[in-house]
Structures are given as C-alpha cells and as structure tokens.
Ligand binder design. Structure first.
Ligand code: MN
Length: 201
C-alpha cells in the first residue's frame, strides 16, 4: 500500500475566512505529511504492516512490535485523524441527511444541543487533541474527545472530527480556540458526515 498525502477536494484558501490559507497549507503539507512519513519510517522493513491501511493497523495494535508501538500510535494516529478531518470540511453549503438528523435528535435532543456538546468538548480538551462525533457499538451517537493523536476507536467509529491542536488554528486565532471551534460549524461537510453515518447503519 502506498502511503501518500491525500489530495484535498478544495484549495487551501477555500476555507477562508474560517481557516486561513497559510494554516491549511502548513497543516496539510507539513504536519500531515510529517505524520505519514514518520509512520512509514517507523514500520520500515515490516512490509506486512506497511501493506495494510493505517486504520487497520491502528485497530489491531497487537500486531505491532512493542518498540514501534508508540510511534505507530502517535504518527499513525496523526496520519489517520487528519485524513478523516480533511474530508469533513468543505467551503460548500451542505445539508445533513434526514437519517443523521433523526439520530442526532434521538441521542442529543436537538441539533443545537449536539453542537453545544461537541463545541464544549473541543473547547475544554486540555492541551492538544481532537473532538469527535462517533457511532458507538450500540449504534448511538456520542461526543468524545481524545488527547494528542489518539483515535476514538475505543468509543466508536468517527463520523465527524475537529482538530484542536494549536497548529490547527494558532496563526489566525492565537489563544482564541473557542472562536475557531464556533467557526468550524460554517465549513462542516454534512453531506460527507451523513455518508459516513449511513455506511455504519
Ligand atoms: Mn493537526
């Protein structure tokens, strides 16, 4: 399997004014690329693992040699998390499916409550990390956060992600993470999030 930096379906400047061009460029071409490179380096010579998709490796950490574990968790996590993150962003106005809307209403009471809970998770994650909307094993939707580059697989399958590392917002927002989080809602690709939800049902 080739571990290439995934191409974006939009240009770096397209998410302005919510995420600035420079941040997108560095985040994608430097940070994300860096995680991928370090992941591949960590698994050098371990072709069986390198031939698998990173998601598969992260879900089967028992198969990773102990001395490679930390690097695979950190860099493989960064590789996987950003790959998902780019796909749920868009400059286009999109709508969530009725199926997802109903599930959010069922599990959170309302769309507004869900957004408030997710935003709160993102704002209060201490230090670097991610906020997630996941579909748990019992099929219910849950809002969770993870530190650093940990994936949310222990809680469920992610369908929405928000990177709250400072590198994701500091150039434009400096210390104002809450403003970045609120602006995120303007560029969520609800069509894609709905698709991910549908694939799990
Ligand atoms: Mn990031």
């Amino acid at each position: 399997m080739k571990h290439n930096l995934p191409e974006l379906t939009y240009n770096y400047k397209d998410l302005e004014p919510y995420i600035d061009e420079k941040t997108m460029e560095i985040h994608h071409s430097k940070h994300h690329q860096g995680y991928i490179k370090k992941y591949v380096n960590a698994l050098e010579g371990l072709d069986e693992l390198l031939n698998k998709d990173v998601e598969n490796v992260l879900k089967n950490l028992d198969s990773v040699p102990e001395e490679k574990l930390e690097s695979v968790i950190n860099n493989g996590g960064g590789y996987y998390n950003h790959r998902l993150f780019w796909t749920i962003l868009t400059p286009k106005k999109t709508k969530m499916s009725n199926q997802l809307k109903e599930a959010i209403n069922r599990d959170f009471g309302s769309i507004e409550t869900f957004k408030a809970m997710f935003s709160n998770k993102a704002k209060t994650q201490f230090g670097s990390g991610w906020a997630w909307l996941v579909v748990a094993k019992d099929k219910r939707l849950k809002v969770v956060s993870t530190p650093n580059q940990l994936t949310p697989f222990e809680f469920g399958e992610p369908i929405l992600a928000l990177d709250v590392w400072e590198h994701a917002y500091y150039l434009k927002y400096q210390n104002r993470r809450p403003d970045y989080v609120e602006n995120f809602w303007n560029i969520v690709n609800w069509e894609q999030v709905s698709k991910y939800y549908q694939e799990l049902n």
